[in-house]
Write a protein that binds this ligand. Structure first.
Ligand SMILES: *Cc1c(COP(=O)(O)O)cnc(C)c1O
Length: 369
């Protein structure tokens, strides 16, 4: 069997996602020795001055990129987004007589629901399940409860490829948002949220670390009854180093935020690049006379993930095999949805999208010939 002709720059994986090449170069070097330390990043103490500086700079970068005021805490936790599905209701829903408002817009928001119900009452404001998660709700379909302890939603549904283009919810109710798959991909009006969480492995780093942005007054004095590892206050007090943190993953996220600030030029610039890439990709779907079919309605299309199909599992498999033979990776759909998916995260270049688009155009012409 021949080794596959893979090219890392053509990795369209849904997650862990592709990282920018300049960041990979620095990470490669850091495995041997971080230049300013002389030791491998894999063997530097998390109690070192160097690592304390890494955490400080990363926090500053996140603050700057999002424009966060001093009333926000920035945490780097473990347990992924899945742990936040639990930590949020453990902290704000346990013992509450009033239900929290939740949306069910796709696979990942669906995963947050049972974890919340374990802790307290949940009001399901809207579900797209019956329609197969092909669209997002309109404002008129959402009867928010102004007395809810919080409102939870997912900004970008990674599996189906649905992304909100507006901030949802009432100003009076704390917004909690899972931004795992579009965090730092565009400006997001962060100060309108009480809590944002995003694991790193879709858009801003490797697996192992989850960024939590938390407004101090939302947390208030809600602390003390949970194990410290699951307690936001204890994690704040420990500056995200309550126990051994994933030093390598945090360092990688620092390098990605430096790249975002210094090379890309901030989130508005990143958004422009991402729009350009997504425009290119959706163009090939729209110009294909139905040969390539997107899963979701155009108004709710994600700039990060595009779920599509050629119409049947056999045709999708044939396309996938041809794409892999041509050097493209990660185009298989999520196991829950099937079909195909192209993820266009920050680290993926326009060049990579242009090459895929060319491949898809040629593939269609060959199939039609
Ligand atoms: C991938 C994903 C998750 C799951 O994250 P883990 O870090 O694996 O727990 C949750 N939410 C969204 C939006 C995702 O894309």
């Amino acid at each position: 069997m021949n080794a596959p002709q893979r090219d890392n720059r053509l990795n369209f994986s849904g997650g862990p996602g592709v990282l920018p090449e300049p960041v990979l170069d620095q990470l490669q070097e850091s495995i041997r020795a971080v230049p300013e330390v002389g030791l491998s990043v894999l063997g530097i103490s998390h109690r070192s001055d160097w690592f304390a500086q890494v955490v400080r700079e990363l926090e500053d970068n996140v603050r700057q990129l999002l424009g966060l005021g001093e009333n926000y805490r920035v945490l780097f936790l473990q347990g992924g987004a899945t742990q936040q599905f639990s930590m949020v209701p453990m902290t704000w829903l346990r013992g509450s007589p009033v239900a929290a408002d939740y949306l069910h817009t796709g696979y990942w928001s669906g995963k947050s629901l049972p974890e919340a119900r374990r802790e307290g009452p949940v009001n399901l404001l809207w579900s797209g399940a019956d329609e197969g998660f092909r669209r997002l709700p309109e404002d008129g379909e959402l009867a928010y409860n102004p007395a809810a302890p919080y409102f939870h939603y997912v900004s970008n549904e990674t599996v189906e490829g649905l992304q909100f283009r507006r901030v949802l919810g009432l100003e009076a109710v704390p917004r909690v948002c899972d931004m795992s798959s579009d965090f730092l991909s565009r400006p997001c009006e962060a100060e309108r949220f009480a809590l944002i969480y995003a694991h790193a492995q879709k858009n801003i780093g490797p697996a192992g670390v989850t960024v939590v942005v938390l407004r101090e007054d939302f947390l208030g004095d809600r602390a003390g009854t949970l194990p410290p590892f699951l307690d936001y206050r204890a994690q704040i007090d420990a500056h995200s180093i309550y126990n051994t943190p994933p030093v390598f993953a945090i360092y990688a996220v620092l390098l990605v935020t430096r790249w975002l600030k210094d090379t890309v030029g901030g989130l508005a610039a990143m958004d422009a690049l991402n729009r350009d890439k997504a425009g290119l990709f959706y163009g090939v779907l729209d110009d294909s006379d139905g040969f390539y079919r997107g899963h979701v309605r155009p108004e709710d299309r994600s700039l990060m993930n595009v779920a599509f199909t050629l119409g049947s599992p056999e045709q999708d498999r044939a396309f996938l095999a041809a794409a892999e033979a041509a050097g493209f990776s990660g185009l298989g759909g999520h196991r829950s949805l099937g079909g195909l998916r192209a993820s266009l995260y920050n680290g993926l270049t326009r060049e990579a999208v242009a090459r895929l688009v060319q491949f898809m155009t040629d593939y269609r012409q060959r199939a039609r010939a």
